[in-house]
Write a protein that binds this ligand. Structure first.
Ligand code: XMP
Length: 517
């Protein structure tokens, strides 16, 4: 049985990060809303209580009854999680004089405590809290302090229950991963057997068992998630999987043909549908970005549905849904929001059941699984690309001509990023493409004066966009070398007819966004 640690989410922005860190320790974990503990799950080996935007004494604070959890599993409370257990155990939590945010050092800690095994003196931790524990419950002991925080960590006497005021999941907690490892492995007994290879083996076996001889349909987008899901399913059920790849005409230059070829080389049973004509005619004259998105979304569903309906005996709709798409995140009202999309009304219409083989994986785990199955690096390492494609990178209305101009400029930029390598400190070479999260070109709705030969020109301007990011929630503009920008700008202006000016977008998110529309 796959062991798991349950992370109860009290609404902190770093809850997902706790999950990430545990997965990096090859330990399977599940993030659940604070009030949805699965009491009858026999595979649980430990519980973590996350931070929260609330104070424990806020009337609307998230509260949970720990009866049935405490004493049965090892527990680690982080920030609010620690305060909550101290508060409900009879201790005191009060507003700190001022909100403490930033680096601190563990001035003292209990060296023999299993939570701190291997810790060095003055270990740096990350604090982010407005409240502080001012008194521990009677049967709790202090096991670490910083200059400002007396109860930086505690343990309940003779009980496998710990609380830490700092955030071990945060990057700036230097030995945070070691602390989580001490908890997961030494205290909870994780076997650390969660790996891409074990995932592929067990998922393929499960899919075989679950799907049997049933037919399955899957929508491919060219992106990493749907591609990896398709290869995984193909391993399990071969030709019983039919993939549908729709071209809305707003993909990158040659992308439809190239990706379709890749899919065929991977042995996938794939139907490529070129519906660009339909999309161009429906988009004609539309300038509002949200309207463009709606038209493309609906058009995609129509085309997909029409193809799917031809597969008469299909029983399942497979999707490349990944874990962050599904985590029931808490909003401040305490309601759970589920961001889970089905393809149109297809599952109900065709009476299809949903199959989501990647639903437990984070994005980089999906990539590791893809590599494990031998998928080519250019498919695995692809940048994210928006569903509506170049439609949101052409400001204003969309025409075939504009798409063709943008595709050429984008192709020069992306090829340039792939070809330009820089050498890291360890001597290894990586392309600029692999160093950035996402990149693309935006066609601007303005013209400007230029001069070519003896002629004055009055032509289009494009903006280059490249960002670094972890998760697209925030992003920094990529500091690309000037020499590279000079070359790309020159190549675009010399080769792309209709463009005489190139700008580089130096805005970060927030307050800007990655896309311009
Ligand atoms: P923003 O522009 O909000 O983008 O910073 C964040 C990430 O989402 C992608 N994006 C989209 N993806 N449909 C999609 O499937 C969309 O309408 C859409 N808009 C933005 C964007 O490319 C980036 O990766």
């Amino acid at each position: 049985m796959q062991q798991k640690i349950i992370i109860l989410d009290f609404g902190s922005q770093t809850t997902q990060l706790i999950g990430r860190r545990l997965r990096d320790l090859d330990t399977f974990c599940e993030i659940l809303p604070y009030n949805k503990f699965p009491y009858d799950d026999p595979s649980i080996i430990g519980v973590i209580l996350s931070g929260s935007p609330y104070s424990v004494y806020d009337p609307e604070a998230f509260k949970v009854d720990l009866n049935g959890i405490r004493g049965k599993y090892p527990i680690l409370g982080i920030c609010y999680g620690a305060q909550f257990m101290a508060h409900t155990g009879g201790g005191k939590v009060e507003p700190a004089g001022s909100r403490e945010y930033g680096r601190a050092n563990l001035k003292t800690f209990e060296k023999e405590n299993p939570l701190f095994e291997g810790f060095s003196d003055n270990s740096q931790v990350w604090m982010s809290h407005g409240d502080t524990i001012t008194q521990l419950p009677e049967n709790f002991k202090c096991i670490a302090s910083t200059d400002k925080v007396k109860y930086a960590a505690y343990q309940a006497n003779d009980e496998k229950l710990w609380g830490v005021q700092f955030h071990p999941e945060a990057f700036h907690s230097e030995q945070g991963t070691l602390l989580l490892k001490n908890f997961a492995v030494n205290i909870c007994g994780s076997r650390q057997d969660w790996s891409p290879a074990s995932f592929v083996e067990s998922t393929v076996a499960q899919l075989k068992e679950e799907l049997g001889d049933d037919r399955v349909i899957l929508g491919l987008s060219g992106g990493v998630d749907s591609s990896v899901a398709a290869v995984l399913l193909n391993k399990a059920i071969g030709d019983h999987l039919t993939c549908i790849f729709v071209n809305h005409g707003l993909l990158r230059k040659n992308e439809f043909e190239d990706v379709l070829r890749d899919y065929e080389c991977l042995g996938l049973n794939v139907i490529g549908v070129d519906a660009s004509e339909k999309f161009f005619s429906e988009l004609a004259g539309v300038t509002d970005p949200e309207k463009k998105r709606k038209i493309i979304g609906k058009g995609f569903i129509d085309v997909f549905d029409a193809e799917a309906m031809k597969i008469k005996d299909a029983k399942w709709l497979a999707q490349g849904t990944i874990y962050p798409d599904r985590i029931e995140s808490l909003n401040i009202t305490g309601k759970t929001i589920k961001s889970h999309h089905n393809v149109g009304g297809l599952p109900e219409k065709m009476n299809l059941r949903l199959c989501e083989p990647l639903k437990w994986l984070f994005k980089d785990e999906v990539r590791r699984v893809g590599r494990q199955m031998g998928m080519p690096e250019h498919l695995i390492g692809r940048h994210p690309f928006p569903g509506p494609g170049l439609a949101v990178r052409i400001l204003g209305d969309i025409t075939r001509e504009k798409v063709a101009v943008l595709q050429e400029a984008d192709d020069i930029f992306i090829r340039g990023l792939k070809e330009w390598k820089t050498t890291g400190k360890d001597g290894s070479q990586t392309s600029l493409y692999d160093q950035v999260w996402q990149a693309g070109v935006i066609l601007l709705p303005i013209q400007s004066v230029g001069v070519m030969g003896d002629e004055r020109t009055y032509e289009k301007a494009v903006a280059l966009r490249a960002v670094t990011s972890q998760d697209a929630m925030s992003a920094d503009w990529a500091h690309l070398p000037y020499e590279f920008l000079a070359k790309v700008s020159n190549d675009i202006i010399n080769h792309v007819k209709g463009v005489n000016r190139v700008c580089y977008d130096v805005s970060s998110k927030p307050p800007a966004t990655i896309e311009w529309e």
